[in-house]
Design a protein around this ligand. Sequence first.
Ligand code: SF4
Ligand code: SF4
Length: 473
Amino acid sequence: MKAEDEAVGPQKVSNSFRDRHSNVNEKGKRNWIYALRPKGKLYRYRQWLSAGYLLLFFALPFVKINGMPAVELNFPEARFILFGKIFWPDDFFIFAVAMVLAIVFVALFTVIYGRVFCGWVCPQTVFMEFVFRKIEWWIEGTPTQQRKLNAAPLSVQKIFKKTIKHLIFFVVSFLIAHTFLSYILGVNEVLALMRSPVSENIGLFAGLLFFTGLFYFVFAFVRDIVCTTVCPYGRLQGVLYDKDTMQVSYDYNRGEPRGKRSKKEQQALGDCIDCKLCVHVCPTGIDIRNGVQMECVGCTACIDACNDVMFRIGRPEGLIRMASENQISKKQPFHFNGRMKFYSFILVILVTLMSFLILSRKSIDTTISRVKGQLYQEVGKDSLSNLFQAKIINKTRQDVRFELKVEGPVPGQVRMIDATHNILKKESLSDRTFFIVMPASGIKARSTDIQIGVYTNGEKTATIKSKFLGPFI
Ligand code: SF4
Ligand code: SF4
């Protein structure tokens, strides 16, 4: 540690620019972050958001819409349920579009708002800061007490606290792994799995243990390294940011020259009193006053900490705030510029398009076509018939009754070749062959456009257009 470095708060703070990653100390070893508990308006908002987020995460597998899970992502069986609608492999285009939209969305969002997603919504941050960190505070005390406990020799108290903490961490990780599995297999399957002997589901049980171990390892040991080193989204920042990107920024025009105030002498100092609270509160251990850094996850904890300091010394809030580089360097106030408006508009369009694709998707998918190579047939003296094929996919989890009706322009009849099969089995694909019989007097052209109504459980679900062939006239 250099002479000018300080350890006034729970973290060691270097006054010089660092030449290494924030996770690594000057000896090349892991720099364990002991972040102070944030306080302030933004942290309160984050708490509320995280509470809602966690409630949703743990409750969603139990929520059903029309008897179906609200969300089920069954990768092994390639079946996905969103908002109570089943998506099959033939809905792959929706997933492809969703993937493209998601990538464009993330890129545009980051260009405008920086890494706020990481600090406010990312599951890693939410679980780390609002579940595991809180458990740690509860058992091991404040960050300063934690630092002392870690440095202390082994004692009964230390063993007790560490054992309890890691036991609770493991149980919470176990819960998270089970909830994830509920999103994949459905909550009923997971409950049945929990009641059955381990020997009957060795593979699943091993998977559960693996993911429990992974979550435990991440939240107990890896922690901020996930955000600062492992996460590819964090690594993308460098190429997505520009000088108009909103990010957590220190206003050096206002803050510098920094320094502690002396009551005795008048000093020409900026607003930063060099209290280093913004560093002590940072979960990735960086000093935002050194400029934008890739380790900043945009959690805004330093904004809260500095606002509190500014309030106490009677200066306006916002020495650290959400601002773009241009706003800080050119001393401009925040304004929603044309580029941000345009990108936000594109984001709204993308979300609307995706919602439309999901909500407009049909639960019964029908395609009807005339059997190729077949012309018309005469039926009796006054009627003609054509042979058709239908492919009907029942994407629901119930058997449904279906019926086809000719709806114009000429009244006609549908004659199923196998009349007994008017039930579509749940989650199945059915091939049906049928004749459409029309009065010969109504067919006035070689090819006549017709409409066929598809009815399931008595309700019309689609109208399909096709052609009816007649004789040359
Ligand atoms: S919290 Fe504010 S005043 Fe204190 S060191 Fe950070 S920027 Fe300066
Ligand atoms: S610099 Fe501020 S916003 Fe960035 S991670 Fe640290 S506390 Fe959060």
